[in-house]
Design a protein around this ligand. Structure first.
Ligand SMILES: [Zn+2]
Length: 106
């Protein structure tokens, strides 16, 4: 499980659960005709807000499952441990900065 302590993992898990609840709330709002602000994830062409939020929710759920499976906190591409400071900011990231940069530059 990367380089994280049990306390760090618990704190990140709480953040992920909270974020998941937030996304759910927005989804329910959207389905009830409200228009909540959605600033993450970046939209893909032709994607609706509901599709974006579902994508985000899948990501958050996936990370919670990785915590349960004991594979959380490492880069999904190269397997390097992800730094806590980075996870603390964005607990649902699953690739290190080097791999993310490589993926966006092609
Ligand atoms: Zn990596």
């Amino acid at each position: 499980m990367g380089d994280l302590t049990t306390e760090q993992v618990q704190s990140l898990k709480r953040k992920l659960l909270k974020k998941g609840a937030e996304i759910n709330e927005k989804l329910v709002g959207l389905m009830n005709g409200l228009d909540p602000r959605v600033d993450w994830p970046p939209s893909k062409p032709g994607e609706t807000k509901i599709e974006r939020l579902r994508r985000f929710l899948n990501l958050v759920d996936g990370e919670i499952q990785r915590i349960r499976a004991g594979t959380y906190g490492v880069c999904a591409t190269c397997g390097k441990p992800l730094p806590f400071v980075q996870l603390d900011e964005v607990p649902w990231i699953d690739t290190c900065q080097a791999c993310a940069a490589a993926a966006t530059s092609g």
